[in-house]
Design a binder for this molecule. Structure first.
Ligand SMILES: *[C@@H]1O[C@H](CO)[C@@H](O)[C@H](O)[C@H]1NC(C)=O
Ligand SMILES: *[C@@H]1O[C@H](CO)[C@@H](O)[C@H](O)[C@H]1NC(C)=O
Length: 211
């Protein structure tokens, strides 16, 4: 089901953006892979055995690429709305980030992967509340629970963080009119909170070679 009529409005100020710099965006894929390789291979001294370290870095990079089933998309369909519909220039209050944020997810406009559920297509407009003009090229990141209330990357049993799943996470950047269209699923219920989708807007962002 496609609900193009759903229009989400996100207002923000620069101070909100700088309060959420988006964590690990500065690290290169190789640095992150090396870090992960070190944590997964505690018995290998990566500095003493340089050739092994280089080999492991390559191996982990390849494995990570294979492990992420979804190929990131770097092209986006035009949003349904060409201009922001609600130009109310107010800062929306920041609310609970929650424990399920994972940074450095894919740059893509369809977050659904192989998850079953009711698709929703969100046209999200971002306005700078200082100048009250649309903000182009800011990264709108979403993350949400799947239809049965589970977050990708967190195990069902004890809620520990596992890195293998990427579903319903990621985002894309706003176009010249400050709008981005992202497809996700209607979030399932989980104990304690009304069904919701999280968002974080990043002003300083860049895309890595691995998506
Ligand atoms: C426009 O956005 C403001 C702020 O989020 C909201 O209070 C208002 O209800 C919205 N108006 C319409 C017509 O959607
Ligand atoms: C939601 O994710 C969990 C964890 O990966 C999975 O077990 C469950 O089947 C998923 N729900 C649906 C409806 O796909």
């Amino acid at each position: 089901m496609r609900l193009s009529s759903f229009f989400a409005f996100v207002a923000l100020t620069i101070s909100v953006v700088t309060a959420h710099p988006g964590g690990d965006h500065e690290h290169t894929a190789a640095e992150r892979a090396q870090k992960e390789a070190s944590s997964l291979l505690p018995n290998i001294d990566l500095h003493v055995h340089e050739p092994i370290a280089a080999f492991e870095t390559q191996r982990m990079l390849k494995r990570n690429r294979l492990r992420k089933r979804q190929t990131p998309t770097s092209t986006a369909a035009e949003p349904h709305y060409s201009t922001i519909q609600n130009t109310t220039c107010l800062t929306a209050p920041e609310v609970i980030e929650g424990p399920y944020y994972i940074n450095n997810e894919y740059v893509r406009t369809d977050l659904t992967e192989d998850q079953a559920g009711v698709k929703i297509v969100l046209d999200i407009g971002v306005i700078d509340t200082v100048t009250c003009t649309p903000l182009p090229n800011v990264f709108v990141e979403l993350w949400g629970a799947n239809a049965t209330g589970q977050y990708g990357g967190f195990s069902t049993g004890d809620n520990t963080h596992v890195h293998t799943e990427t579903f319903l996470r990621g985002g894309y950047y706003t176009n010249a009119n400050g709008i981005v269209e992202i497809t996700t699923l209607y979030p399932g219920y989980y104990d304690g909170r009304t069904a919701h989708i999280h968002t974080m807007i990043h002003k300083d962002w860049k895309q890595h070679a691995n998506g």
